[in-house]
Design a protein around this ligand. Structure first.
Ligand code: GS8
Length: 218
């Protein structure tokens, strides 16, 4: 069947999300470079893998999928037996629903705010672009509201979905990792439970492994 392939570049946020999951389960995989900075994501070959013309795309034998959170779930389900932290909690209806809920919050509320900040304030300047300061400022304002929600949740439970780590937490990693390298990182200091959650999360070996292929943040 061959080794699973991630099409993209490991230093980009949505690709890093998938790599974290592959590292969590210790899967064999190969990253096949498709760099959007040079337009490779719009070639017919890549559009056949991801019709949105975005990275990542993923291939496991005949199965070709896109959307990083979907790919992440596929990997965790496929390697359920080596997914030692049971990051989806699919044998428990309540817990798996909480995982879905917070993954939804990440995808639909947190990411649309933090991704543009991290992209404009950190990634774009690294690839020769100029960040949009107005967009950064608008999203920084919005971020305060969502961080208050996270602070309230994380004062009740150690992780977002409960007292267990899950994909909902890990999915926050790429955008937050780059956010912490922006001049706005100290915003998190106002949310002590969120800050502690983050500092605990980044000690995970899977995140360190993914980070090693990302832009250096120091
Ligand atoms: C987002 C993919 C995405 O935006 C997912 O897979 O989770 N919801 C999708 N990918 C970016 C790179 S990630 O930093 C991308 O492909 N950008 C190129 C472009 O916008 O042209």
């Amino acid at each position: 069947m061959g080794v699973m392939k991630v099409y993209g570049v490991a230093r980009y946020m949505s690709v890093a999300r998938v790599i974290v999951c592959l590292e969590e389960v210790g899967a064999d995989y190969q990253v096949v470079p498709v760099d959007f900075a040079v337009g490779e994501h719009k070639t017919p070959a890549h559009l056949a893998r991801n019709p949105l013309g975005l990275i990542p795309a993923f291939e496991d034998g005949d199965l070709v999928i896109f959307e990083s959170r979907t790919i992440s779930k596929y990997v965790l389900r496929k390697y359920k037996s080596s997914n030692t932290d049971d990051l989806l909690r699919e044998n428990n209806l309540t817990e798996s629903t909480m995982v879905e809920q917070w993954l939804g919050v990440e995808a639909h509320h947190y990411d649309p705010i933090v991704f543009p900040i991290s992209y404009n304030a950190f990634v774009l300047p690294k690839i020769g672009g100029i960040g949009d300061q107005k967009l950064i400022d608008t999203n920084l304002e919005k971020l305060k509201t969502i961080l208050e929600v996270y602070e309230a949740q994380l004062s009740k439970t150690k992780y977002l979905a409960g007292d267990f780590v899950s994909l909902a937490d890990l999915s926050h990693f790429p955008a937050t990792y780059y956010f912490m390298a922006t001049p706005y990182a100290n915003l998190f200091d106002n949310y002590p439970h969120v800050k502690a959650w983050w500092e605990n999360l980044v000690t995970r070996p899977s995140l360190k492994k993914a980070a090693a292929s990302m832009f250096p943040v120091a």
